[in-house]
Write a protein that binds this ligand. Sequence first.
Ligand code: NAP
Length: 278
Amino acid sequence: MNQTSIPLAGVIGMPIAHSRSPALHSFWLKRAGIRGHYVPLEIAQADLEQVIRALPKMGFVGVNVTIPHKEKVLALADVVTDRAALIGAANTLIFRGDGKVHADNTDGYGFIENLRHGAPEWDPASGPAAVFGAGGAARAVLASLLDVGVPEIRLSNRTKARADALRAEFGTRVRVFDWVQAGNMIDQAALVVNASSLGMEGKPDLRVPLDGLTSHTVVTDLVYTPLETALLKHARAVGCTTVDGLGMLIYQAAPAFERWFGHRPDIDEETRRVVLGT
Ligand code: NAP
């Protein structure tokens, strides 16, 4: 980027109209007084490589990547961070001055930062984590929980083979439970995570027995539409500390913004309101 150019960034995906990232980054740009733009880019699979090669020539300093391109971009990048390789997907591309495409994944970072802020009392080493779901988001959750020293991860997924595959990849600290017995994972768990899409608007709620929850359990849901899922509502009634999924979305965005625009954005209530569109 030369001194006079206006830095551009965006999010590539298909579909993309629902993404809250443009609202978030545009707000941070404005608040920091940076003359840049962040735009949604609807890109078909077949055009992905061509688009990634063209964007740096058009003034883009980087892009976020979302469904369905998160895995495919790894093969198109020149440099892949260890955490993106471990997760098997990238959510952030940085177009470097030397022409190289750098792929990173900040989802795990966003997940942990959100927990640290929302449940400061949570000590990763204090006990097992119970995780529902074994899709792309669960991969980032597992990688980051293992990284911060959670001693055991209990994992359950409707399609058990996907959970078994994660265990094979992430190792023996991961224990797989049958979906019909998923409620058993909660007993003595320090942390409960919904990383499935259950509970999202238009989807059924996560219906597992939650009798094992105590007021000492920290419960977080990656789903943020609605902000308070049935799981979080139940957990709050039990007296658990609950952490909604909106913060993960915001915290994963901050390091990308800093890399592209050279400014670390503040995260506060106003930021949450902007993302919610309220
Ligand atoms: P994904 O790869 O499509 O995985 C979906 C997961 O949900 C799978 O484990 C799937 O189980 C499970 N699932 C879906 N419908 C189900 C049903 N009817 N019964 C039981 N399980 C069901 O999606 P993802 O990318 O991992 O995302 C998962 C959720 O996290 C989404 O709601 C997404 O919006 C949210 N998310 C939030 C953030 C954030 O920043 N807060 C970041 C990433 C994702 P099967 O394997 O059996 O299909």
